[in-house]
Design a protein around this ligand. Structure first.
Ligand code: AMP
Ligand code: SF4
Length: 492
């Protein structure tokens, strides 16, 4: 299933504190307009968030902001892009949350006026000390305008007595813990930063006319930019007057804890993330799956698009032919999901159709990237059986997800994670597959070049930081933690 989270929908239900998002920033080196490029970059990163998007730009005299709900192409009309035109800009794609309105006020970049001038910030990640910080600040009189943890960074920067924006931000970032990849800008300077664990990615690039920062390299490909490499964990990159300055403001925490789930599911396969080709890793995961869980089957199919590479890897390693057994409707939007629910058509059925001519009477290996609640896999198995498949050998290109993520990926609570309570046989029975096989953590780590430098906490439960205590996971609105209703919740 892809990052749209439409299938099954549950991924979209996490708290608005979960900032699993896409970032793009640009500064002109020749005075040209960069807003068109930030817009295109956000467009390339649409998979990292579809709930809303925003751009803050700076022209000679003005800082402007335009934010909206929905898809990048809908929000940034030609008129909006004309309005925003400027030589420096940052943009943000926000991930969807279902069942709760993703309110416009939570769409980033956030922009404030403070005594130092204007300050805009766009954040990808989740702060693990957000609740404590917010309580402390509220007790000191701070008034918050959003329910995102990202606003805390703005407040901390505004309270700092450092004379420069970079100094203020550095002080603020020293007080937050967790996954913090940010872009920030004032009237003169654009800043990019990755926390010392390096949970979320950020890459630096350039064209002849501008310097860029983005969550993934696929944004640079669209813009014809050269990638200059990762912003390093603990590093702050400042871009001012066409110059790049790189400073290690905190020592990297060794071993790093880069999110392995970026490779499994979240990033686009044409991107390089943490210095590695996502496509290569997914192919390798598929091949490892074929070795670990071979199947006596006639064909291998993917759940398009996120498991395409893993399914191909399985097929090549096993010699079982790859077929297109599920066709994905790329045009299913939020309105359609709502219409579908009204007509009791599941989101999975709206999104995928089985190809009877391929599946009829066949023993099928279906490769998906992950099982979270099990809802999607269960519906897919039913769909494939209806499509004529005789046997369904479900293969998962990741280990069982047994723990929630506190670092910006939208996984649900322990109670809702099927692998937190059930063993593989119980999960197999629930999803209705003929056989079920997962990867091991060792298989996963064997696919990456620097296996020590990854977070695997959602599989292992070994969290690299303190995690918020249970009540703290209900930070600003306890309603968000209600269990999903049986027929799914609606987008707002
Ligand atoms: P579930 O129905 O809860 O088991 O969801 C499993 C499906 O969700 C898989 O097909 C994955 O591709 C997809 N998935 C995994 N993680 C996420 C995520 N964080 N956001 C949206 N979809 C996801
Ligand atoms: Fe990524 Fe899982 Fe770690 Fe979260 S817990 S950062 S999803 S590896």
């Amino acid at each position: 299933m892809d990052a749209s989270g439409l299938a099954g929908g549950p991924r979209e239900r996490m708290s608005e504190l979960q900032e699993k998002c896409g970032l793009v920033g640009a500064v002109a080196t020749s005075g040209c307009d960069v807003v068109e490029s930030v817009y295109l970059g956000l467009y390339a990163l649409q998979h990292r968030g579809q709930a809303g998007a925003g751009i803050v730009s700076r022209s000679r005299r003005k800082t402007r902001v335009h934010r909206g709900m929905g898809l990048v192409s809908e929000i940034f009309t030609p008129k909006a892009r004309d309005y925003l035109a400027g030589h420096m800009a940052i943009g943000h794609n926000r991930y969807a949350t279902t069942g709760r309105a993703t309110k416009l006020r939570n769409v980033q970049p956030l922009l404030v006026d403070y005594q130092g001038g204007k300050l805009a910030i766009a954040h990808n990640g989740t702060l693990v000390n957000a609740v404590a910080l917010r309580r402390e600040m509220e007790s000191l009189g701070s008034i918050f305008q959003t329910t995102t943890d990202s606003e805390l960074i703005l407040h901390l920067a505004a309270r700092s007595r450092e004379p420069t924006m970079v100094g203020r931000l550095t002080e603020a970032l020293g007080q937050v813990a967790g996954a913090v990849t940010i872009l920030a800008m004032d009237e003169r300077t654009l800043v990019g930063y990755r926390d010392p664990f390096g949970f979320r990615p950020l890459v630096l690039g350039r064209t002849g006319e501008m310097i860029l920062l983005a969550s993934e390299t696929c944004a640079f490909d669209l813009l014809g930019a050269d990638c200059l490499g990762d912003v390093q964990p603990g590093e702050m990159v400042t871009i001012e007057a066409g110059r790049i300055e790189r400073r290690q403001i905190a020592p990297p925490k060794r071993p790093l804890r880069q999110c392995i789930f970026e490779h499994i599911y979240f990033a686009r396969p044409d991107s390089h993330v943490f210095g590695e080709s996502v496509n290569r890793i997914r192919r390798e995961l598929g091949a490892a799956l074929a070795r670990r869980h071979p199947a006596d089957a006639d064909l291998v199919i993917a759940v398009p698009d996120s498991s395409n590479a893993a399914a191909l890897g399985y097929s090549l390693a096993s010699g079982i032919p790859f077929e297109l057994g599920l066709i994905r409707n790329h045009y299913v939007g939020r309105t359609f999901i709502q219409a579908g629910q009204a007509h009791r058509v599941s989101a999975v059925r709206l999104k995928f159709n089985p190809v009877r001519a391929v599946l009829e009477g066949q023993r099928v290996v279906v490769v998906d990237d992950s099982i979270v609640r099990g809802t999607t896999s269960r519906q897919l198995v039913q769909l494939l059986r209806k499509g004529g498949a005789r046997e369904i050998h479900f293969r998962v290109a990741s280990p069982p997800i047994q723990n929630p993520c506190f670092y910006g990926i939208d996984t649900p609570t322990w109670e809702e994670l099927i692998a937190a309570g059930d063993d593989v046989e119980a999960i197999r029975a629930y999803v209705g597959a003929t056989t079920l096989g997962y990867l091991t953590e060792a298989d996963l780590l064997a696919s990456v070049s620097h296996p020590d430098d990854y977070c695997l906490a959602c599989f292992s439960g070994e969290y690299p930081t303190e995690i918020p205590a249970r009540p703290d996971r209900v930070p600003f609105d306890s309603e968000r933690w209600r269990r999903p209703s049986a027929c799914g919740e609606e987008d707002a």
